[in-house]
Design a protein. Structure first.
Ligand SMILES: [Zn+2]
Length: 720
């Protein structure tokens, strides 16, 4: 693999024209088939367009109008000549949430940054493609662009929401006599803006609308990164149908879901997010600015459990013989990339005996209409928010379930289950109100790419065009996934701030921050800005957003403040204890073999896992460690039974000192901890030791099929 960054290959385009039209709700209706490794069904999208965008919330409700005078007009590029992407011929002078008149494609400013050509290559969209099939009907049609990749789209149609019995209650007219596009859009408009206290009714209407008959197929086209839909004669986003149904199926090789097997060897499938988020699971608006709610009905064979990031703890409904259906929903608008699904033969893990305390915690606090008193100030768009519900704000432990392959039952019961309530309670203590009403925890298979997701963050992901489309820089570069520098720096920056300000000030601020910004997209700058505004002058010292950025973000290497802290850290008790142990090991390593008797008498202190990591890192600095020392080291701390961080360092020691007797530990790590194992492949290869290289190749051969795609690509590049 070429390790150089290549924008045409590495940048992830976000194509959706979110500046013109926004999805407010998705209704998914899907069948999961393990035999064919395909998920198929329909998705219904409900939109809000132009003239509603300026409205802040549903509290001051204005009648919906469908006049198109404020909306953007889609303009086709000149036939076959313009290299400019369709979605970029818009112009507007507004933020993405605003909506203004713009009829004419202005000069494209994005060419300046050199992205221009790359964009076109990456997206595959070019005007030439369009002029071939627009015929003579589409040159002025509005084009809906959805992010979509590796999906087979079979049919797109407009949904006749006016056909839903009782729906006329949403509109001002008592009876629906003349059903027009305008009326249908007016219904959707009323529906998406129902106030938060009517969320249940709204969900119900969405569900019923999603099953309404179609009223006309829409023209569509797909390319590498998008699905483009238009309706002949609908020239603006406002005229475009506000409820559409897409029938589609996923592809087995699609990059949003991984079909694999769990630790018990049974099939499962899950969304892995990285690197292309959910666009190979359903057509969506990927930019995080498109915040929407969703509900989903998912069917699978009855032996499977369907888990999703919904707000309700779904239970299966038995359909026909051997088939179950699961229904989940969310009422809090979130970016489409936060949608997750996992289907597998997992078992719900429960404590062996249920104490009365647990039962009390399990009593669910589902958001009930009456419970929402509008206390506190919420800055987000309207939804039934837990921060406004007094009983929810004091709930330390939210209802939770733990799912795992049956072979891990023992470990779950012995260790994991007891840890969840104190963790939830600690999160509540530190951060305040839990934003979600419940939690499902799933033990994912070993090939889960756990090293973070290349998520687009707000709209500052790169150049954002006027249609709302943008690029996530290097979003598709498989190696970027394994870069941890930004996580590490972020962690140490927060620690640094906590130390500088003192725990009380810092944690009080964290709670205030969460309270202020919950339900909203924020940038790191917002966090730092608010932090500095909230701390007393005398504690601020030389801190400013600018110098934090300079010291922590823009400079390479270990940030200055951290270097000072590192020196101070070496003097702390836990670290000193490790240094003493390191000295013992080094002395022992130097001792000649015949003094074995005394060596067994050497007493080593018990160390915490973090101390073990530090100890092994110090020992990694040693030029030579003989096999005898390594063997004693493993025995003294039972290294093979420690957590993955410790075992990772242990494997590094094995590789560095060519301790062949323990190669099996490396092999085990490479198979069971695949995401972390990536680094070890590099170390095995770099020494050019044929036996080590064999280990690497053998393990890759065994795991490459189930390995996540980016990992497999990176490893293959190292090995061959
Ligand atoms: Zn709120």
């Amino acid at each position: 693999m070429d390790t150089k960054l290549d924008p045409s290959r590495d940048d992830l385009p976000l194509m959706a024209n979110t500046s013109h039209i926004l999805v407010k709700h998705y209704v998914l209706d899907l069948d999961v088939d393990f035999e064919s490794q395909i998920i198929e069904g329909t998705i219904v999208l409900f939109f809000e367009s132009g003239n509603r965008f300026q409205k802040q919330s549903g509290s001051t409700k204005e009648p919906c109008r469908s006049e198109s005078n404020e909306a953007c007009r889609f303009r086709m590029p000149e036939p076959c000549h313009s290299p400019v992407t369709d979605t970029r011929t818009f112009s507007s002078k507004t933020r993405s949430n605003d909506f203004t008149i713009c009829g004419k494609g202005e000069k494209d400013t994005s060419g300046k940054d050199g992205n221009h050509d790359n964009w076109e290559q990456a997206s595959g969209i070019s005007s030439s493609k369009y002029c071939c099939d627009t015929g003579n009907h589409g040159s002025e049609d509005f084009l809906l662009v959805l992010d979509c990749c590796d999906l087979s789209v079979l049919k797109v149609e407009e949904v006749d929401v006016a056909a839903v019995p009782g729906i006329e209650k949403l509109t001002r007219s008592p009876k629906l006599t003349v059903v027009s596009e305008e009326l249908r859009n007016q219904i959707v408009c009323e529906l998406v803006t129902l106030p938060a206290d009517r969320w249940r009714e709204q969900l119900d209407y969405y569900a019923r609308c999603s099953q309404a008959p179609g009223c006309g197929e829409l023209l569509f086209d797909t390319d590498t990164w998008s699905l483009q839909i238009r309706k002949t004669g609908a020239q603006t986003a406002t005229d475009f149908p506000h409820a559409i149904r897409i029938r589609y199926s996923t592809k087995p090789q699609g990059r949003s879901v991984t079909w694999t097997s769990d630790q018990s060897g049974r099939p499962c499938v899950y969304t892995m997010g990285s690197p292309i988020n959910n666009r190979a699971l359903f057509p969506c608006q990927e930019p995080p600015v498109a915040m929407s709610t969703w509900q989903a009905t998912v069917r699978a064979a009855a032996s499977f459990v369907v888990l999703m990031s919904g707000e309700n703890s779904a239970k299966p409904t038995q359909l026909r013989e051997g088939c179950s259906s699961w229904h989940y929903y969310v009422t809090m608008p979130m970016p489409a990339s936060t949608f997750t699904i996992a289907v597998g033969s997992w078992t719900e893990m429960k404590p062996e005996t249920c104490s009365s305390n647990d039962l009390a915690a399990e009593r669910s606090l589902s958001p009930s209409e009456a419970d929402f008193r509008y206390v506190g100030i919420c800055g987000h768009m309207e939804y039934p928010c837990r921060f406004q519900n007094p009983s929810a704000t004091t709930q330390e432990i939210i209802p939770h379930r733990v799912f795992a392959p049956v072979c891990l039952k023992g470990a779950c019961q012995e260790t994991l289950l007891q840890l969840v309530p104190p963790c939830l309670s600690a999160a509540h203590r530190v951060l305040g109100t839990h934003p979600f009403s419940r939690l499902d925890i799933l033990i994912v298979p070993g090939n889960f790419p756990s090293l973070g997701m290349a998520r687009p963050n707000k709209e500052k992901t790169g150049h954002v065009s006027d249609s709302g489309s943008s690029v996530v820089k290097h979003g598709l570069n498989p190696e970027k996934v394994f870069m941890q520098v930004h996580y590490l720096k972020g962690y140490f920056l927060l620690r640094f701030l906590a130390q500088r300000l003192g725990d009380d000030t810092y944690f009080a601020f964290l709670r205030k921050f969460v309270h202020t910004f919950h339900g909203q997209l924020i940038l790191s700058q917002d966090f730092l800005q608010m932090l500095l505004e909230n701390i007393p002058e005398e504690k601020r010292l030389e801190l400013s957003v600018e110098n934090i950025f300079r010291d922590w973000l823009e400079s390479s290497g270990i940030p200055q403040p951290l270097q000072r802290e590192r020196q101070a850290g070496a003097e702390c008790g836990l670290a000193r204890q490790v240094s003493v142990e390191v000295e013992k090991w080094i002395r022992m390593n130097r001792r000649p073999r015949k003094r074995k008797r005394r060596e067994t008498e050497q007493v080593f202190e018990k160390l915490l896992p973090d101390q073990l990591v530090l100890l092994l890192e110090h020992l990694l600095e040693q030029k030579t460690l003989n096999p005898r020392t390594l063997q004693s080291l493993e025995r003294a701390y039972r290294l093979t039974q420690q957590d993955a961080e410790v075992r990772h360092r242990w494997c590094e020691l094995i590789i560095k000192h060519k301790y062949t007797k323990a190669y099996k530990d490396v092999e085990r790590f490479l198979q069971e901890d695949q995401a972390m194992g990536i680094y070890l492949y590099g170390e095995l290869m770099v020494s050019e030791d044929s036996r080590q290289q064999q280990v690497a190749r053998r393990c890759f051969e065994l795991t490459k099929e189930q390995m996540d795609r980016s990992s497999a690509q990176v490893v293959a590049e190292m090995l061959f």
